[in-house]
Design a protein around this ligand. Structure first.
Ligand SMILES: C[S@@+](CC[C@H](N)C(=O)[O-])C[C@H]1O[C@@H](n2cnc3c(N)ncnc32)[C@H](O)[C@@H]1O
Length: 259
């Protein structure tokens, strides 16, 4: 593991985010990565857990091929941003030369050996970073991939990471970015829509027994498009991502960096 910027959180938002994800990762890492009924307290079956990542990446590769004319390069370097315990990274590494998994929660990265299959492990590099800048060189990455991450932070941080994705991408490289673009109309969806994050975070802990709050933040296609356009990126396609429920609608957005 390469510790980078582990203690240089730029401001209070990042410090809090790191503290919450360290608590969540230490308490129940697989459940915190993918919240599902019956998966609390170590209830996820690791094979089924990895299969959810494999299904998602297979679908994303097919979409990429459909839109761009080819899947992401098999000899490419992928940034798995907010990689957690390596659920998606394992499937990304099966299709790429190298996967750099960046995460701010040390307990999440510590769980990799329990989850990541040994066959793909040599192609994966975990990087611990709690910085607002991604500790990678400009134009060094072929594909940026992120799911279930940008939604858990204040919008200004998420927008900053979108700019960072475009900075680290090689010209002609692509980013497949997932955002939670609107809550659904269920009671919990309405709570996310109308209650301030501090209050529903408190309710998550008091009523639902979450070890730490899990913030949900809306980011729309327009937000992403505006940031991409200002950072040398272009939206190639977007579609509804139905892989996850959880009282939100998700969109996956395929962005290219100008060649
Ligand atoms: C819900 S989990 C999803 C993990 C993984 N993307 C997946 O889908 O399997 C969110 C992850 O994002 C990480 N994370 C949250 N904010 C981050 C940040 N600012 N920088 C890096 N990682 C972050 C958390 O520590 C956690 O591991």
């Amino acid at each position: 593991m390469t510790p980078v910027g582990a203690v240089d959180g730029r401001d209070e938002q990042l410090r809090r985010l790191r503290a919450d994800w360290e608590t969540l990762g230490a308490a129940d890492p697989l459940w915190a990565v993918y919240v599902k009924d019956g998966a609390r307290d170590g209830g996820w079956d690791v094979t089924e857990f990895l299969a959810t990542g494999e299904r998602e990446i297979a679908d994303s590769w097919a979409r990429h091929a459909e839109v761009v004319g080819s899947p992401p390069p098999a000899d490419g370097t992928v940034l798995d941003f907010g990689c957690g315990v390596g659920r998606l990274g394992s499937a990304l590494a099966a299709r790429s030369r190298r996967v750099i998994g960046v995460d701010l929660s040390e307990p999440m990265l510590r769980t990799w050996p329990d989850v990541v299959p040994s066959a793909v492990r040599p192609r994966m590099q975990p990087v611990l970073s709690s910085s607002a800048s991604i500790p990678l060189r400009d134009a060094s990455i072929d594909l940026v991939y992120t799911s279930l991450v940008l939604q858990h932070m204040p919008a200004e941080l998420a927008v900053g990471y979108l700019r960072e994705f475009l900075r680290v991408l090689k010209p002609g490289g692509t980013a497949m970015v997932q955002v939670a673009d609107r809550p659904d109309t269920s009671v919990k969806g309405r709570a996310f829509r109308f209650l301030p994050p501090g209050l529903y975070g408190w309710l998550q802990q008091r009523l639902l027994g979450y070890p730490a709050p899990m913030r949900m933040q809306q980011l729309t296609l327009d937000d992403v498009a505006a940031t991409a356009a200002a950072s040398g990126g272009r939206i190639l396609a977007d579609w509804e991502d139905t892989s996850y429920g959880g009282h939100w609608h998700y969109r996956r957005i395929l962005i290219s960096r100008a060649a």
